[in-house]
Ligand binder design. Structure first.
Ligand SMILES: C[S@@+](CC[C@H](N)C(=O)[O-])C[C@H]1O[C@@H](n2cnc3c(N)ncnc32)[C@H](O)[C@@H]1O
Length: 246
């Protein structure tokens, strides 16, 4: 059965598609530069949770330019499906998958996390990165991700978070509100200025609405057990993983 969630693309979907339409060319470089290389560390932590389960079929949701999908292919024997709503990000992803010689292992498809075009229990593991800040109902989207996961399979997610310690929170605030838009504009032009301005307030709002305790509850309500949370880089990145209840 396909996802029974929101069947009509939402305002949030249209916003995300617009936001990411101008980013693909420099996305992979700037995602690393502007995160001081932390993005790669966080991704590898996420990928390690999935590769430890030796899955055969993996879904990478919000795959974008396929950075996580490529790491998953390198660290497992699995067939990988990447899904994202942005055609522009996927186009860049296909080029990268081809350049990595992984076109026979990674398939990229357009689709929405809120209503995945896959059967129930179709995958042994599901990854998602930087997704829940772009959907109107994160709890419903988590349930949709769990739907396509087989019982006992691993779900692992990565997102930004707000450092809890006051000194580092102030430094993070200064970086996201002042430096990020400016550095984005200098290195990537208008589209990166826009995303630089958007990101800090968006992360703060998500953290306020979905503090880690509420997120943990949503994972449980979606049918995930053995849920673990790793806070990284002074709390600026957060990886969560768990297993679908058998
Ligand atoms: C910051 S990018 C992350 C891309 C990739 N996961 C990575 O780590 O580089 C966020 C991605 O989420 C995608 N996205 C946003 N909302 C989505 C939704 N509702 N369904 C599927 N993809 C979505 C965007 O198109 C974008 O490619």
């Amino acid at each position: 059965m396909e996802g029974a969630g929101a069947s009509v693309p939402t305002e949030e979907n249209a916003f995300a598609a617009r936001l990411f339409s101008g980013l693909p060319d420099r996305y992979d470089l700037l995602a690393e530069v502007l995160s001081f290389g932390q993005n790669r560390r966080w991704r590898l932590r996420l990928v390690a949770q999935i590769s430890a389960a030796a899955p055969k079929r993996v879904l990478d949701v919000a795959t974008g330019t396929a950075g996580v999908a490529i790491e998953l292919a390198r660290r497992t024997d699995a067939e990988i499906t990447g899904v994202d709503l942005s055609a522009a990000m996927l186009e860049r992803g296909r080029d990268r998958v081809g350049a990595a010689g992984l076109a026979d292992r990674i398939r990229l498809e357009q689709g929405r996390a809120e209503q995945l075009p896959y059967e129930d229990r179709a995958f042994d593991a599901v990854a998602f990165t930087y997704l829940l800040r772009y959907v109107p109902d994160p709890a419903a989207t988590l349930a949709e991700l769990a739907r396509v996961l087989r019982p006992g399979g691993v779900l692992a997610g990565l997102d930004f978070a707000v450092p809890p310690q006051p000194f580092w929170r102030a430094a993070w605030w200064t970086y996201t509100r002042l430096v990020l838009p400016l550095a984005g504009a200098l290195l990537g032009g208008r589209a990166w200025y826009d995303v630089g301005r958007f990101l800090g307030p968006n992360i703060s709002r998500h953290e306020r609405d979905w503090p880690v305790g509420r997120l943990r509850e949503a994972w449980g309500a979606a049918g995930l057990v053995e849920v673990e949370i790793s806070s990284m880089s002074l709390g600026g990145g957060r990886v969560i993983w768990g297993r679908r209840r058998a």
